[in-house]
Design a protein. Structure first.
Length: 271
């Protein structure tokens, strides 16, 4: 039987070589073994790459934490109206329309599983940018995460009167890894529900392609014409648990997204 030290064979130098070999550059990577617990292995984890739809995970987590507080008195079954101001394009057509009411359960699930931008914009209104940022930093320890602007699925950007006109949303790979760690370890409100949502992810063309039979990857992706990302909680067939987050400064194209699978495959060989 292998010893604990032999089970974790990935090193920072090997990680850097894998990134170079697979062409995922520039990159911001975190691989954090949770069971058995070991120090994280990373490459530029705080690199300030735009998070794209990765920002939806801390936003949903903040909304769920606010619900758990009970102030204001909301629940997962509370219905919220969809307004024209929150409408924008999506990679998959949104089921939400102006005048339609959706429960917070449905809105949070749509934001994670389908990466629905309309649902996300409604959640911006529910949580409030300043409060969501405070929850992310004070409750979850995500010191570099901030919510500044609602999401737009295409040009031109939607009108967002509460945006300061300068700052963009921030959620670096290091913060994403810390949040997934908290979700895996049940240290944040409704962690089990968040795991269910991440497990139902509909966009699976990146890191998922490098898994082994019997592995499970509960994750979220992010895509724009500037960046392409993927990250989540990996449960291996052997019973170990890791957080794996890969942010890149590459535009999201089929060619670039195909590089995630060989990256994960190479990393998986060393776990």
């Amino acid at each position: 039987m292998k010893s604990k030290s032999e089970l974790v064979r990935l090193t920072s130098r090997r990680l850097e070589a894998i990134v170079a070999d697979t062409g995922l550059q520039p990159a911001s990577i975190v691989v954090a073994p949770l069971i058995p617990a070991e120090p994280p292995i990373s490459l530029a984890p705080e690199l300030p790459l735009y998070p794209a739809s990765m920002i939806k995970v801390p936003l949903v987590a903040a909304v769920l934490a606010i619900l758990a507080e009970g102030s204001p008195p909301l629940s997962l079954e509370t219905s919220i109206g969809v307004t024209p101001e929150n409408m924008t394009a999506n990679d998959a057509e949104s089921p939400l329309r102006p005048g339609y009411s959706a429960t917070l359960r449905d809105l949070t699930r749509l934001a994670i599983t389908r990466s629905d931008n309309v649902a996300t914009n409604v959640l911006f209104d529910v949580a409030g940018r300043q409060r969501a940022t405070a929850v992310a930093r004070e409750r979850f320890g995500l010191e570099a995460t901030a919510f500044h602007r609602k999401l737009s699925g295409s040009e031109p950007l939607i009108e967002d009167p509460l945006w300061d006109g300068v700052h963009r949303n921030t959620h670096p790979a290091g913060d994403a890894a810390r949040l997934f760690d908290g979700i895996a370890g049940d240290r944040i409100a409704h962690a089990g529900l968040l795991r269910e949502m991440l497990a139902e992810q509909e966009w699976n063309e990146k890191l998922t392609g490098g898994l082994r039979e019997g592995d499970r990857f509960l994750h979220k992706t992010g895509d724009t014409d500037e960046v392409t990302h993927d990250g989540g909680i990996l449960y291996t067939a052997e019973g170990r648990t890791y957080v794996v987050v890969a942010y890149t400064g590459l535009p999201s194209t089929p060619e670039h997204n195909e590089r995630f699978a060989p990256f994960m495959r190479a990393v998986r060989e060393l776990l």
